[in-house]
Write a protein that binds this ligand. Sequence first.
Ligand code: NAI
Ligand code: 15L
Length: 273
Amino acid sequence: MLPRPASAIRFRRLLLTGAQGHLGRELRPRLKAYCETLRLSDRAAMGEAGAGEEAVVADLADAGAMLALLQGVDAVVHLGGVSTEQPWAPILAGNIVGLYNLYEAARRNRVRRIVFASSNHVTGFYRQDQVVGPKDPVRPDGLYGLSKAFGENLAQLYWDRHRIETVSLRIGSAFSPPKDRRMLATWLSFDDTERLIVAALTAPVVGHSVIYGMSDNSASWWDNTAARHIGYRPQDSADAFRAEIEARQPALDADDPATLYQGGTFVRTGPFD
Ligand code: NAI
Ligand code: 15L
């Protein structure tokens, strides 16, 4: 966890959805430092709420539950939903209906800012020899990536129409440590994840901004120049793991679509068999 100044608290009540997931469990103790109360939510049980925590089991697809969940919340870190390529039904429930329910609940409860965990799979069908920025057209690599593109568009609508600010984070690969050759370009360390989310929560003006979530990796497919106003400065790099990964993982087959495209195996995974 990062060292924090005594004045780290910026929010009265912050909502973290997807709190029982891989990233949610990592961020739970980290985000507590930035708020008086951290409200946790997931459809799975999250264990007992600690000091300064509230835990609410809720399904994103349940509009009434979302309305209640967002009551009294200052800002949201939205990690909940389907996080991999899956059949259409769960993606529809969690990432399409669920996102609409979340934003409607935010509107009705006058929540001013949401940090939305989008994904690099919104642009997964760009090739690995292309550098992409947030202003380039989307090229989702599957239904999951498509649902995240919907989420970004929904966020844009709620900014234009209702003045709810969102930072859409096109997260690369937030794992510790990076697992394979692809992650030498896509890796986002947990400390940089915290830096990125805190920057997205606290930047003075964001409207709807889109930023790729990556550490300071030498190899990179993404250009965040257009998102410099967020003030995110990554401090870790996958480079430190390069020698070990290259020794462990043989050179990749250049004809494999998973090697050719940024989305990796997502470009050939899913319900299209
Ligand atoms: P995860 O799958 O471990 O966590 C997602 C959580 O959402 C789970 O705890 C699950 O129970 C909950 N959830 C799913 N459907 C739900 C529903 N209908 N209602 C309520 N809760 C529901 O995913 P992870 O890795 O923690 O990722 C968090 C977010 O970040 C996801 O939105 C994912 O798409 C995004 N992301 C993550 C990346 C990574 O490298 N970990 C990369 C790119 C995006
Ligand atoms: C994602 O969007 C997934 O949620 C995560 O599990 C990883 O697969 C990541 O992308 C990635 O591209 O490595």
